[in-house]
Write a protein that binds this ligand. Structure first.
Ligand code: SUG
Length: 448
């Protein structure tokens, strides 16, 4: 049976904007109030999806969420028609209003944590949507994320869906952005590496002081339990608090793995030496594991954050070679560019680098790896996935047309309060659920 890794990228939603909502995420804060282009953002994302499909990978699409989230505004006491709710919230609670407009569900690395069937006790693929409790705008995502994932992965004989962890900072869970699976082959049992920022129940342990640690050890342990993972195949590593304080708000800003490769920065983890030895032991001391450590004097943490060197996708091509999918920011930075050029000839499985322009997403702190959710599938499991979400030439053309029809070219902060934007977004999403055969996953579709 053939196994492979599929990527499910977030389709950028019609309200994509820059609102400076993510303290600790340098790009989000520095681009606050800039005008965005939802159309360009969606098309940049679609082009990356199509490029991976053209490289021979299985590529899927994950639908965006409904924004502005008028249901949350009603929970917060705003009343009247949808137009009145929007107008009152924009005037009386502008910060709350900006948060309920965010298209942040586009970064699907934060949608969920997924364990493939080779790792789980019951042999099913397990999904746990991330609760994203640390940021109000992102904490609005998990319920709809769960519905969308269930509409994509429907078969109960292959897929097991869990409810997101309790909505509290003690169980702060940012999903696959802090989770990497290492394996010799996709179909063989792997080692699941969970990375956390702090201990929820022990304040004597190291923790960042300037920026928040969004993800806790206790959340990682809960997800490993829910997924039925064997503890001999799990490693928990703490992110270095100093790098969180420099703006590394998720581990995928400083490390990325694929199969038998872990590509990471020297400063990424606490107690690196011992933890990497544990990783090698659990991976199998006789198995080849490529630990590619980038030293601070090769690329500084600051340069890594600016260029998103580690928010790259390391993918396995159909010929077995690995390629790095990097943002153009890496090509445009001489130090990072020359690092990547020499990396392809260093005798590791990484042999190619491809650069893509995802600037609209980068300006909110989301690189290529943030935009994708990985699912390891067998051919049989793939056949059980909703085929309408799988990228091909027709879907690419249909989605581009759909974006052209419904998305605005520009969106400023003031435009978010235009009640027409809600009408446009709902019309677009209603049509999208038909294109992707998702059924009624949005709240506005339930009250129709
Ligand atoms: O959660 N930015 C997202 C970026 C997520 C990136 N994901 C990964 N690293 N996997 C975040 O900070 C900014 C929204 C705004 O400011 O408008 C935002 O939510």
């Amino acid at each position: 049976m053939k196994f492979f890794e599929a990527n499910f990228d977030g389709l950028v939603g019609p309200t994509h904007n820059y609102a400076g909502l993510s303290v600790g995420n340098v790009a989000s804060l520095s681009n606050a109030k800039n005008t965005s282009s939802p159309r360009q953002a969606a098309k940049q994302g679609l082009s990356k999806m199509k490029a991976l499909h053209d490289l021979g990978l299985v590529q899927g699409v994950l639908a965006p969420q409904e924004r502005p989230d008028t249901y949350t505004l009603r929970r917060l006491g705003f009343t009247g028609t949808d137009t009145q709710v929007i107008e009152k919230a924009a005037k009386l609670a502008p910060a709350v209003f900006k948060a309920v407009c965010s298209a942040s569900s586009m970064w699907t690395a934060n949608a969920a944590t997924i364990s493939p069937s080779a790792d789980t006790a019951d042999g099913k693929i397990h999904f746990t949507p991330a609760n994203l409790t640390n940021k109000f705008h992102r904490s609005l995502e998990p319920v709809t994320t769960g519905k969308i994932l269930q509409a994509m992965f429907r078969s109960t004989s292959h897929f097991a869906h869990h409810t997101h962890l309790p909505d509290n900072d003690h169980f702060g869970d940012e999903g696959a952005a802090n989770h990497t699976r290492l394996c010799s082959q996709y179909g063989k049992t792997g080692v699941e590496l969970f990375v956390f920022g702090r201990y929820a129940f022990d304040s004597t342990k190291p923790a960042p002081t300037r920026y928040p640690a969004r993800h806790t050890l206790e959340a990682c342990e809960a997800v490993a339990r829910l997924h039925g993972l064997n503890q001999d195949q799990v490693v928990y590593m703490q992110q270095n608090p100093d790098v969180i304080d420099q703006g590394v708000f998720h581990n995928d800003v400083i490390a990325v793995g694929n199969q038998n490769v872990l590509f990471y920065h020297q400063q990424a983890f606490v107690d690196s030496k011992n933890k990497l030895a544990e990783l090698q032991r659990k991976f199998g001391n006789d198995q080849e594991l490529h630990l590619i450590e980038v030293k601070t004097d090769e690329v500084s943490v600051e340069q890594a954050i600016k260029t998103y060197l580690f928010n790259t996708q390391v993918i396995t091509l159909p010929n077995g070679e690995m390629a790095i999918i990097a943002p153009t920011e890496c090509r445009d930075n001489p130090t990072v560019h020359s690092y990547l050029q020499q990396l392809t000839s260093r005798g590791t499985p990484i042999k190619q680098v491809h650069y893509y322009d995802v600037k609209q997403s980068m300006q909110n702190g989301g690189g290529p790896a943030c935009l994708r959710l990985r699912v390891v599938l067998s051919e049989q499991e793939q056949a059980a996935v909703n085929q309408h979400v799988i990228m091909n030439d027709n879907l690419f053309a249909d989605l581009n047309q759909w974006v052209d029809k419904h998305y605005r070219d520009e969106l400023s902060e003031a435009d978010l309060a235009d009640p027409q934007l809600l009408v446009e977004s709902r019309t677009a999403l209603d049509e999208l659920t038909q294109l992707l055969d998702l059924g009624s996953v949005y709240q506005f579709q339930q009250s129709k």
